[in-house]
Design a protein around this ligand. Structure first.
Ligand code: 4NP
Length: 167
């Protein structure tokens, strides 16, 4: 069976998108859906290729019960064929993704992550890089809500089984 392939994209691939990837995998596992999905993350920039996630992101994720395992990589045009869903953290990421994809249709594939935030107090997952711990926790909370909304959307769209294995 072909997996549903999901790619999370931010600028550096060391703060927002590796956390989104790890939290998504955690939630997928909680719902008993691991066999249906493949997930990855990348950055629009080449700033942090091969780098581990930002230590503040790792620490904040751990505080919230999530372990992150990832090395930075840059988005490439191959990703537009390999992935079924591409989630952009902010509008600049979204525009950069769309620009790289010129000539390839991203209809029903490219979304802003916060499109799925039920408490959408904004449209972007803010870049926490130049901020403090409060900013990292805010990113965590936004992703937590948005990913639940995204998974509920996928459940309907792909008729995923209802029997959650929530612990
Ligand atoms: P991210 O955060 O896009 O969430 O990974 C950033 C990480 C690094 C930089 C900017 C944003 N940077 O300029 O190096």
């Amino acid at each position: 069976m072909k997996t549903i392939n999901v790619l999370f994209v931010c600028l550096g691939n060391i703060c927002r998108s590796p956390l989104a990837e790890a939290l998504f995998k955690h939630k997928v596992n909680e719902r008993g859906w691991s066999k249906y999905f493949y997930a990855d993350s990348c950055g629009t920039s080449n700033y942090h290729i091969g780098d581990p996630p930002d230590r503040r992101t790792i620490a904040n994720a751990r505080k919230n019960g999530i372990e992150i395992n990832h090395r930075g990589r840059q988005l490439s045009r191959d990703d537009f064929n390999r992935f079924d869903y591409i989630l952009a953290m902010d509008k600049e990421n979204y525009a950069d993704i769309a620009a790289l994809a010129r000539g390839i249709s991203l209809n029903d594939k490219l979304f802003l992550m916060r499109h799925f935030d039920p408490q959408a107090s904004g449209t972007e997952v803010p870049d926490p890089y130049y901020g403090n711990e409060e900013g990292f926790q805010q990113v965590f909370d936004i992703l937590d809500r948005s990913l639940e909304g995204f998974l509920d959307y996928l459940a309907v769209k792909h008729s995923l089984p209802h029997e959650h294995l929530k612990r």
